[in-house]
Design a protein around this ligand. Sequence first.
Ligand code: GLC
Length: 486
Amino acid sequence: MQTLSPFVIHITAECFPIAKVGGLADVAGALPKYQSLERCSSKLIMPYYDNSYIKDKKVEVVFEHSLHLGSTTYTYQVLLLDPCYLGFEVYLVKIKDLTDRKEIYGCADDVARFTAFQVAATQFINSSEKLPDIIHCHDHHTGLVPFFTKYAFEFEKLKDIPTIITIHNAQYQGYFGYDKLYYLPDFDHKHIGLLDWYGSINPLACAIKCAWKVTTVSPSYMNELQYKANHLEALLMSESQKCTGILNGIDTQLWNPATDKMLVTNYDQKNISNGKQVNKQWLCEEFDLNPDLPLVSFIGRFVYEKGSDLLAESISYLYDKMGLEVNILVLGSGDVQTTQSLEDIKTAYKGKYSLYVGYNEKLAHRIYAGSDFLLMPSRVEPCGLNQMYSLRYGTFPIVHHVGGLKDTIFNIDMQQVKQSGVDKINGNGIVFHEVTSWNIAQAVSKAIHFYHHTYWFTAKREQLLAIDHSWPRSAKDYIDCYKEYL
Ligand code: GLC
């Protein structure tokens, strides 16, 4: 008989607001909440990090145990974070000397940390009185779990529980050498080949082979992975019958310009022009920009995939070659060379270009609200949430036609703008093909051209706020996926 209200446990390395590096955290912090509203009891397990969020929160120790990585024994506790904070149960795995640090990723012993986390999370599930109907893993940090539940002797009890892996980013696969094979719990060696991809233990590849279902965070990214997946193409092709793309949603309670406490002033469709202007004014004062010019912003990590390495050159084209009257504001951090290139151009474009290096959630919200356009020149974008936040705040995205950006942003045709009424103008952003500095600059120039068609620009902007990218649809799609196995 079908279970009408499935019980799912998500396992993830990040979850907003507890610990965030990228969009995975936003999804992990929202999906369980929206699934619970759809009669799917949803809980989440993640590592305990020693950060400021957790310091003053109510937690309760619900499990204590130990695990072995080879001959080293680690003791750990599982702490239940009071559901009053996130609206669902979050279990934090605190492994002494491994996870209880400030860093989420980037430690020399990450393989040990995340292998231990996965062992502990699986042991915790194994010890529960009520086993889940589904175990839902996210990205490579949890990719060994589908293998453990099937083939590790100590998890025999879990072997029939369907596992799902959601790939938020196939660039990162977490592979490591066979010298660390002894980190893994004892398993049936007949199946050792399932761990392997091109001679390494590859947790993401292993999850694609072992999980019952593989999902990615947009349909277009799923298609692209068949021919561009950082060496996993053949594997994804051969497993394609269990693969599907489900577009992420955004948490529209958290991301709502009418109630967002981080904004300088709130607004909705009725007072959008004034609301955005007040937020823009604040940004311009803060960053010494000209409030009378259109404002184009970039928010994101400085990594190759996001195209951030081309920003400095594109900006110089905009000002020096095209002579555009525009403000550019960049918020992000990451690659040192990119940061340096963006620092280097500050003096030359003082008063119309500014940079904030770091991660600042409040500032990000204000940028979505106060900008006219948000630039996303991503080379790879599995889903992308920023373009959806941007639409929600009445800011037109300027995007490369790739991955989830293909599924959410449609080009505004300037010919149509000139000939038609507002209702007839299709599109919700500016789309360009092929990421080069020149193409980025040209797309910004098109955006500014559109900005100067004030009547259409303001009318169309009002409509952006009504575009629905809320979670309920995606949450239901995931539940439908689970139901195939119940
Ligand atoms: C990763 C992807 C991004 C996606 C997010 C949430 O950060 O790079 O495109 O939106 O995960 O799934």
